[in-house]
Design a protein around this ligand. Structure first.
Ligand code: SAM
Ligand code: SF4
Length: 327
């Protein structure tokens, strides 16, 4: 195996795989109420095709994959994909990002298939507000999903909250309290103003402001993440078994330590979440490209990783919404 690194000497060892652009929720900041134009079934990579891409990437040094969406659990038989990826020797971490609404029913099967851990997106603990933010009705299902995931050992379960001014920022102390009362691992994420078409664009709350509010609950001690080497910085209250993470894509961007590539559901390899550039793998896969040919395309995607995103210069994505790229 050779290690991959990009033109800025960043090691690249992590692939995020979007398995569908479909979702059972319509979060106000992610999707328009009526959804977005959906990919055709035949345009979406099969599990076998995804598996070939991951095999090629693994031979080049990718050792962590995360399955995302849209909502990955709306795709039929996801444990089958997890089981396939778990067979690849050098992949040592398979994780999932989900809205949690369907997790309770399949967490055990995903765990047996080889899934290691889950991140669950949850922006409010208030049922009415959950309905408003997601335009859906299943806060109780998400809370159940969290508990089932923990009980079957998909740990650490991380709860990701996008903090939005005037929408849910009054709940940051409630989420922080769960790190003490229930051992939750909560991560506060800055909203990224990426697209405008048909979605609500709430004012971003800088994480420094969130942190200031949390300090009213006690001293936050710096700590290491339980697992993973992503962009969050971790802290905990002395009496808490859970942790608090801060993810600051806007106010203190962490592009200098970006270690990832993204694969969209329709088979485009995307060097950066926040840039439109993509390399098509689907057609070459369907034309029977060799593993070596695939590796060349992966190498090209790595070479095309930009130094950093341009959100602070006012750049906005024109193309795909996050629901198609995986967030
Ligand atoms: N449906 C799954 C979920 O919600 O976890 C996976 C896909 S979703 C696009 C992945 C993550 O992106 C979610 O945590 C969501 O909150 C986040 N996200 C979507 N739009 C965002 C934005 N504009 N800024 C910050 N995070 C965003
Ligand atoms: Fe669906 Fe996730 Fe987007 Fe919410 S954030 S609409 S759950 S894809």
């Amino acid at each position: 195996m050779t290690g991959l690194s990009d033109s800025f000497q960043r090691p690249i060892n992590y692939l995020r795989i979007s398995v569908t652009d479909r979702c059972n929720l319509r979060c106000i900041y992610c999707m328009p109420e009526n959804g977005v134009k959906l990919m055709q079934h035949q345009d979406i990579l099969t599990y076998e095709e995804i598996n070939i891409v991951v095999q090629a990437a693994a031979q080049m040094g990718i050792n962590k994959v995360r399955i995302t969406g849209g909502e990955p659990l709306v795709r039929l038989d996801l444990p089958r994909l997890v089981a396939m990826l778990a067979q690849i020797d050098s992949i040592d971490d398979i994780s999932l990002t989900t809205n949690g609404t369907m997790l309770g029913g399949c967490a055990a099967e995903l765990k047996s298939a080889g899934l290691k851990r889950v991140n669950i997106s949850l922006d409010t603990l208030n049922p009415d507000r959950f309905e408003f933010i997601t335009r859906g009705r299943s806060l109780a299902d998400v809370l159940e999903g969290i508990e089932v995931a923990r009980s079957v050992g998909l740990e650490p379960v991380k709860i990701n909250m996008v903090v939005m001014a005037g929408i849910n920022d009054d709940e940051v102390l409630d989420f922080a309290a769960r790190t003490i009362d229930d051992g939750w691992h909560v991560r506060f994420i800055e909203y990224m103003p990426v697209v405008t078409g048909g979605v609500v664009v709430p004012p971003t709350v800088p994480v420094s402001e969130v942190r200031k509010r949390l300090e009213s609950m006690g001293v936050l001690e710096s700590c290491l993440p339980a697992v993973g080497n992503g962009p969050a910085r971790y802290f905990r209250f002395p009496q808490a078994s859970g942790t608090i993470g801060f993810i600051t894509p806007v106010s203190e961007h962490f592009c200098f330590q970006c270690n990832r590539l993204r694969l969209t559901a329709d088979g485009k390899l995307r060097p950066c979440l926040l840039a439109e550039d993509e390399i098509d793998l689907r057609q070459p896969l369907r034309d029977g490209i060799s593993l070596n040919g695939l590796k060349e395309l992966i190498k090209e995607a790595v070479a095309r990783k930009p130094r950093g995103h341009q959100l602070s210069n006012g750049y906005r994505l024109q193309g795909r919404p996050f629901s198609q790229v995986g967030g």
